[in-house]
Ligand binder design. Structure first.
Ligand code: FAD
Length: 439
């Protein structure tokens, strides 16, 4: 580990997907000195795989895609320390131990932090989020002494935490503020399918329920929670999964322009010379149409890293995220989404076609322009689709009619996923007859 980088150095703060992608791709194109800093772990690991480590499907080492000597071989210096300040005037970072590191160019890739909303008892032992490796370690530490647990927050990380605890036989109370699971994103049919799936696993799903307070025992560990209505649940563990925010507090006062995140232009440049930001911590000053200013997901972090590596190597490149896509898993149901699929579409701007298997947890929804029939997006539950096909259809603004005709090409090989294209095509014929009068 070094703390003093030679002159003409590029320093990357953060060894997550965005920082590591920047550093790795940059190394292929430049001989400049490269240093990556992270307080969390010595080496890059896949944050999205943390749940599988807890559930025993993987060892933590398997979440690290590069051998330990990869970094030395590629002349990327790693520093495992906490940065407490950016001194932009002196072009240096200040560490917790007051040592400093000079940079010529700096990439801020410092990720997110889990939200907390000041609940009474939120700092008790065994109350935590799931973000960092230390959260996994701490959950592991408490696990043997958990009988009942409460997870607060009906989003993607909340349901992962529920599944993790359930996999070890814990009774789980799942507090979801909304009237149906993730209905701020999922349309009613899909949301209801997931509600039923959660309940079928024996989870105590509490909809329209908010956390009121967390109560501790004499040792300072959580022993119960109360909802905002005063209902009482025994809990020896509380998982707080109420979203994340860009990790920027330590950058305040540095001269960096901050919104919720670090404000960047299309080239991922901040307002400070030679300082860039990528990944969860970056906030686009001018988001691309239909996209959010902050997108805290894995693949956008990687794309920003790929883009910035080009710019830093001398080939100035604008960030072009292309059509939105994401994937997740709700217990056994895989979810993939492409482009725009609204949970409550504006009929003038978006029509939708929905197919659901009569017996299985499988569904497909396609959204399209009501007049032109151009595909706007699509998502699936329980069906594995090929990303490249949807990406191309959305980019080319293909007609939904053509898309349904060719939907079989977007299914994965039958050995991975059953092919429901003929049922989908039949259902589309019905829908088509209903919209024919508009065409
Ligand atoms: C449990 C979980 C599951 C997820 N699942 C999915 C999924 O299925 N699909 C998906 O698209 N996304 C998923 N995400 C989101 C995705 O993992 C993040 O968007 C992505 O990891 C962010 O990458 P990043 O490089 O921007 O930041 P991070 O991965 O957060 O990396 C930032 C690094 O910087 C370090 N750092 C920050 N500040 C300092 C400092 N002051 N000093 C030193 N080091 C510092 C941090 O310790 C951290 O290691 C998931 C996230 C979590 C937590």
């Amino acid at each position: 580990m070094i703390t003093e980088a030679p002159k003409k150095s590029i320093v990357v703060l953060g060894n997550g997907i965005s920082g590591i992608t920047t550093a790795r791709l940059l190394r292929k194109q430049t001989e400049e000195s490269l240093t990556v800093i992270s307080e969390e772990t010595p080496y890059f690991f896949s944050r999205t795989a943390l749940m599988y480590v807890y559930m025993g499907h993987l060892q933590f080492e398997h979440t690290q895609p590069y051998e330990a000597d990869f970094w030395k071989k590629n002349k990327i210096d790693l520093v495992q320390k906490r940065v407490i300040q950016l001194d932009a005037e002196k072009q240096q970072l200040v560490f917790e131990d007051q040592s400093t590191l000079h940079y010529d160019r700096l990439v801020l890739a410092c990720g997110s932090v889990p939200n907390r909303f000041g609940w009474p008892g939120q700092d008790l032992d065994a109350v935590q989020g799931l973000y960092h490796k230390k959260d996994l370690d701490s959950l592991e530490k408490w696990s043997d002494t958990i009988e009942e647990a409460t997870v607060v927050g009906g989003g993607l990380i909340g349901i992962e935490l529920v599944e993790m605890l359930h996999s070890r036989g814990k009774k789980v109370h799942f507090f979801v503020r909304e009237s149906s699971f993730w209905n701020t994103v999922l349309p009613p049919e899909e949301s209801e399918m997931i509600n039923q799936h959660i309940l079928a696993h024996g989870i105590d799903l509490q909809l329209e329920t908010q956390l009121g307070s967390i109560e501790g025992d004499a040792s300072g560990r959580v022993c119960a929670v109360r909802t905002s209505f005063g209902n009482f649940y025994r809990s020896q563990f509380v998982g707080l999964a109420v979203g994340v925010s860009p990790n920027v507090d330590f950058l305040k006062g540095s001269g960096l322009e901050l919104g919720k995140g670090i404000l960047v232009n299309r080239y991922l440049e901040t307002n400070l010379p030679n300082v860039y930001a990528v990944g969860d911590c970056a906030e686009q000053r001018e988001p691309h149409p239909g996209r959010r200013a902050i997108e805290a997901v894995w693949y956008t972090g990687r794309m920003m890293g790929e883009t910035l590596a080009q710019t830093l190597a001398g080939n100035k490149t604008a960030y072009q995220p292309g059509p939105w896509f994401n994937s997740a898993k709700f217990f056994d149901i895989e979810y993939q989404t492409y482009g725009q699929v609204s949970n409550a579409p504006d009929a003038k701007k978006e029509d939708q076609f929905y197919w659901q298997h009569p017996l299985k947890n499988c569904a497909l929804r396609l959204s399209f322009h009501p007049k032109t029939l151009q595909l706007l997006g699509g998502h699936s539950l329980g069906i594995r689709l090929r990303h490249a096909f949807f990406d191309e259809w959305i980019r080319k603004r293909s007609s939904v009619n053509e898309v349904v005709k060719r939907i079989d090409t977007a299914f994965f090989d039958p050995e991975f996923s059953e092919n429901y294209s003929s049922q989908i095509q039949n259902a589309w014929e019905l829908k088509k007859s209903k919209i024919a009068f508009r065409l």
